[in-house]
Design a protein around this ligand. Structure first.
Ligand code: LLP
Length: 417
């Protein structure tokens, strides 16, 4: 459930009509509903109540400071993948002791910064990374809390670009090699083993692959403990899908209750890293129809948003619902392709949609709160859009539209003469 709904034929975010936001902030712009972010975070947190747990929101899904701040105020942890994301979390006053650091390519400076900040755990993805982290931590005179990301070799049955737990993927350590690496870690003065983790993919719509992965990770954790390796937490990553169209992904409560059964009688703490499930349906991309164009038997709505704001349709052939901001009960919906101004045939937001829209109308592209703005680019000289957060009956610009000068900020021409 989210907080975007029609009232008197006009689409609202919570109690604010989207027309008012377009009027004040222009388009294209992302609009987030605070109430939805909070609701989704709490769905995870409450589902895990009673278990020692931490919900680490995956910052990569939407790292806007206001989003991080809203979640931090609820006690959220954060899953980061770079020094940049760590800096964002700290700027939003997130608690570093609730941060886990994922990613296959952590640089030394990033490790140092995270150690200085005092993060909860490094999710280490290779032997080479473990050695580097040991060296960096020893140089600082500290021990790095570590979990090894194991690759449970489970098919998440999702889009190949966002499947990460298969044997051939670049992520994690093969489960069979993990015990030996844990033994080495136990001998490293700069490393403190604290847990084990996995992440098998994103936009999963069934529980089975999660549970298959959890079972494998749990079996491994038990075996490690039996050897005296102090595994205290299991971090099962993110990946719970959302309804974009007619998917019916499991609820966090169903996932949590299956985990409870699996973990019964064990005292592992549980960490989850949901991104999309918290932010995805908490945001829309607001756009205006610039032109209606009939061509080659197709009707195009050329809108002012593009793959530069939301690349998911172009990149993954992802389907996002596109709805009018003002209903036109008297107009007949017709089949159209919704495309942006960017000079690429792949620049579309939706194809074959039934819409009754005319030049100047506003449309909302739904489910754009995750992997929307964060994947935006300046291609074709397009300043990145504004971001707005609605809070009840009020709205706040939480990121200004980029001024055109930002397009060349930091650039230099060659000296003359
Ligand atoms: N943890 C790790 C280690 C991850 O790699 C990811 C996502 C997450 C957590 C969060 O997954 P989520 O709960 O959001 O599914 N750009 C793609 C999604 C890429 C996800 C990458 N990793 C998209 O737009 O669908």
């Amino acid at each position: 459930m989210d907080h975007f709904h029609y009232r008197d034929g006009r689409l609202h975010a919570e109690d604010v009509p989207l027309e008012a936001i377009a009027e004040a902030c222009g388009t294209p712009c992302f609009v987030y509903a605070r109430a939805t972010l909070e609701r989704h975070y709490r769905a995870f947190d409450e589902a895990l109540a009673g278990l020692d747990h931490l919900v680490c929101y995956a910052v990569k899904a939407n790292g806007n400071l206001a989003v991080l701040d809203v979640l931090a105020r609820l006690g959220a942890g954060f899953d980061i993948v770079s020094g940049g994301e760590l800096a964002r979390v700290l700027a939003a006053r997130g608690d570093p002791a609730r941060v886990v650091f994922s990613g296959v390519g952590k640089g030394e400076a990033e490790m140092r910064r995270a150690l200085e900040a005092g993060i909860r755990c490094f999710n280490v993805e290779s032997a080479a990374e473990l050695e580097r982290l040991d060296r960096v931590a020893r140089a600082l005179g500290v021990r790095a809390p570590v979990s090894l990301r194991v690759n449970p070799d489970v098919d998440p049955r999702t889009h190949p670009y966002i499947a990460t737990g298969l044997r051939e993927s670049k992520f994690g350590i093969p489960a069979a090699e993990a015990p030996a690496l844990y033994r080495r870690a136990m001998d490293m003065a700069g490393i403190e083993v604290t847990g084990i983790d996995c992440h098998i993919g994103s936009q999963l719509t069934t529980l089975a692959p999660f549970l298959e992965a959890a079972e494998r990770v749990l079996a491994l954790a038990d075996a490690l403990r039996a050897e005296g390796i102090p595994i205290r937490h299991l971090d099962l990553g993110g990946g719970l899908g959302i309804p974009y169209r007619d998917e019916r992904p499991p609820e966090p409560a169903q996932y949590a209750s299956a985990l409870r059964q699996l973990l019964a009688g064990r005292d592992y703490a549980v960490i989850l890293e949901p991104g999309r499930a918290i932010a995805g349906n908490a945001g829309v991309l607001l756009t205006r129809v610039e032109y209606v164009k009939e061509q080659g038997g197709r009707r195009y709505l050329i809108v002012d948003a593009a793959m530069t704001e939301l690349i998911r349709p172009a990149l993954y052939d992802a389907w996002h619902e596109i709805v009018p901001v003002r209903l036109r009960p008297d107009a007949e919906p017709v089949l159209c392709d919704v495309a942006g101004p960017v000079c690429e045939s792949g620049d579309f937001l939706g194809r074959g949609r039934r819409l009754a829209a005319a030049e100047g109308d506003l449309l909302a592209v739904r489910s754009a709160g995750a992997y929307g703005f964060v994947m935006a680019s300046n291609y074709n000289g397009r300043p990145r859009p504004a971001e707005v957060m609605v809070d009840g009956g009020r709205f706040h610009v939480v990121r200004e539209r980029e001024p055109v000068e930002a397009l060349w900020a930091g650039e230099r021409t060659l000296p003359r003469g």
